[in-house]
Design a protein around this ligand. Structure first.
Ligand SMILES: [Zn+2]
Ligand SMILES: [Zn+2]
Length: 368
C-alpha cells in the first residue's frame, strides 16, 4: 500500500498530473510548493521584523509553569483491557486513541524539546504519561505536518517497529522513509483522500498552515487535519491551522464528530492566519459540528508570547459563552469519546495570583 514513489517525489507526481489535467483535486501545488486556498502566507522581512519587535516588548507573567505540570501515568495493562472508544492526551498535539479495539497515535512527540537539536529550543513542561517502550502495538501513527512540534524524528524511529502504518499528508512520508522507516508502512494522502485500515477510515482534510523544517524547504510537504472514523466513534484531529472556511466544509462532509481535537495555543494576532486565536478554535469546533471539544497544542511547549495557562483560560471562557462542551483532561487522563465525563480546570491551581505570591485556588474549577 506504500505510495512513496521511488525515484520521484509524490509532489512531483501530483504536479505532473495537475499539468496534464488529470482530474487531480486536493491541495494547490505549484513549482514543488503547496499552498493554502484562502491566503498566501509568507514570512516577509517586515513580518519577521514586527514579530521580533513584539517578542522584545512582550511582558508575560509565566511563559512556562513554575513547577512540572501534573501527569496521570498510563498503565499498559489498563490500555489492553480498555474497550474504548477513549482518548489520552500525551501532551501538545500527541493523542493516543483506542478505537474499534485498535490504537491510533497522532503527531507523536516524546522528545524533551520541539527543536532540531536537543540542547536548545522549547523544552516540555511535563513528562510523557507513557514511554514509547510501554506503548502497545499501534495500528496507525497519523501525522498532520512536518513541523518539529508535530513530527519528532526520534519518536518516529523508536516507534517504527510497533507501528503498522504511518499515515501522512503528501511528501511528509518521504521524510520518514529517509529516516529508515520501511516505505511499505507509509501511506501519503492529499486533502480529501481516505484510506481504510480495517474498520477505521482516515481522511486527510485541509488546514490553513505551512510546512518546513529548515531554511530551504518551506511548503515542500503538505499539511492536513484528519477525520478518524471508526464504528465506535467519529473523531476530528486539527493539526495546526488558522481559522478558515474549510472547517465548515469538513463539518458538512464528515461531521458530526463525537470529539474534535482542536489546536488552541501558540497563537498571536500577528500570525493568526496560520494559528487560531482561542475564540476561533471554539468557532472551528462549532463549524465542524463537534459534540465535545478537546483543546490541543497547549500546556507542553512555550511556542508563542502568551502565558502557559492562557489558552486554557481563554478557551474555557469562550466555550462557556458558546455553550460548547469542553474537555480539559490532565495529561494522561482517560477521556471517553462517547458521552465524555466532566473534566476540571486543573491549571487554575497553578496560576499566579495578582501579587505573584501564591497560586490561585482551584475553587469552582469544574469545566463543562
Ligand atoms: Zn505547525
Ligand atoms: Zn504546531
Amino acid at each position: 500500500m506504500s505510495v512513496v514513489a521511488s525515484g520521484c517525489s509524490t509532489a512531483e507526481v501530483k504536479e505532473e498530473k495537475m499539468q496534464t489535467g488529470n482530474g487531480e483535486t486536493g491541495a494547490p501545488l505549484s513549482e514543488g510548493k503547496f499552498s493554502n486556498t484562502e491566503i498566501n502566507y509568507s514570512n516577509s522581512f517586515s513580518k519577521i521584523w514586527d514579530i521580533s519587535a513584539k517578542y522584545m516588548k512582550a511582558k508575560r507573567q509565566e511563559p512556562q509553569p513554575k513547577q512540572q505540570l501534573p501527569v496521570s501515568r498510563i498503565n499498559t495493562s489498563d490500555l489492553g483491557s480498555e474497550t474504548g472508544p477513549v482518548l489520552y492526551r500525551l501532551g501538545h498535539s500527541s493523542i493516543l486513541i483506542k478505537l474499534d479495539g485498535e490504537f491510533i497515535l497522532t503527531d507523536p512527540v516524546f522528545s524533551d524539546r520541539a527543536s532540531p537539536v536537543q540542547w536548545a529550543g522549547p523544552k516540555r513542561f511535563h513528562k510523557t504519561p507513557i514511554n514509547i517502550e510501554e506503548l502497545p502495538p499501534i495500528k496507525a501513527v497519523v501525522i498532520s505536518h512536518d513541523h518539529y512540534d508535530h513530527l519528532d524524528k526520534d519518536a518516529v524511529v523508536k516507534l517504527a517497529d510497533k507501528v503498522e502504518w504511518f499515515v501522512t499528508p503528501l511528501a511528509v512520508g518521504e521524510r520518514i522513509v529517509e529516516w529508515g522507516v520501511d516505505a511499505d508502512k507509509v501511506i501519503e494522502k492529499d486533502w480529501w483522500q481516505s484510506v481504510e485500515l480495517g474498520s477505521i477510515t482516515l481522511t486527510a482534510t485541509p488546514t490553513q498552515h505551512f510546512s518546513g523544517r529548515g531554511l530551504f524547504d518551506k511548503d515542500k510537504t503538505l499539511w492536513a487535519s484528519w477525520v478518524i472514523k471508526g464504528v465506535q466513534a467519529n473523531l476530528y484531529f486539527s493539526g495546526d491551522s488558522g481559522y478558515f472556511g474549510g472547517f465548515k466544509e469538513i463539518g458538512e462532509r464528515y461531521g458530526p464528530f463525537d470529539i474534535t481535537m482542536i489546536e488552541t495555543g501558540a497563537y498571536n494576532e500577528l500570525w493568526s492566519e496560520i494559528h487560531m486565536l482561542p475564540e476561533q478554535s471554539v468557532q472551528a469546533h462549532i463549524d465542524l459540528k463537534g459534540k465535545a471539544m478537546l483543546p490541543i497544542h497547549n500546556s507542553t511547549f512555550d511556542l508563542a508570547l502568551h502565558d502557559w495557562f492562557e489558552p486554557l483560560e481563554e478557551v474555557k471562557r469562550f466555550s462557556e459563552q458558546h455553550k460548547v462542551k469542553l474537555l480539559t483532561p490532565i495529561v494522561g487522563q482517560k477521556v471517553k469519546a462517547i458521552e465524555p465525563q466532566q473534566t476540571v480546570a486543573w491549571w487554575r491551581g497553578m496560576m499566579p495570583v495578582e501579587d505573584g505570591s501564591q497560586p490561585m485556588l482551584a475553587a469552582g474549577s469544574t469545566s463543562n
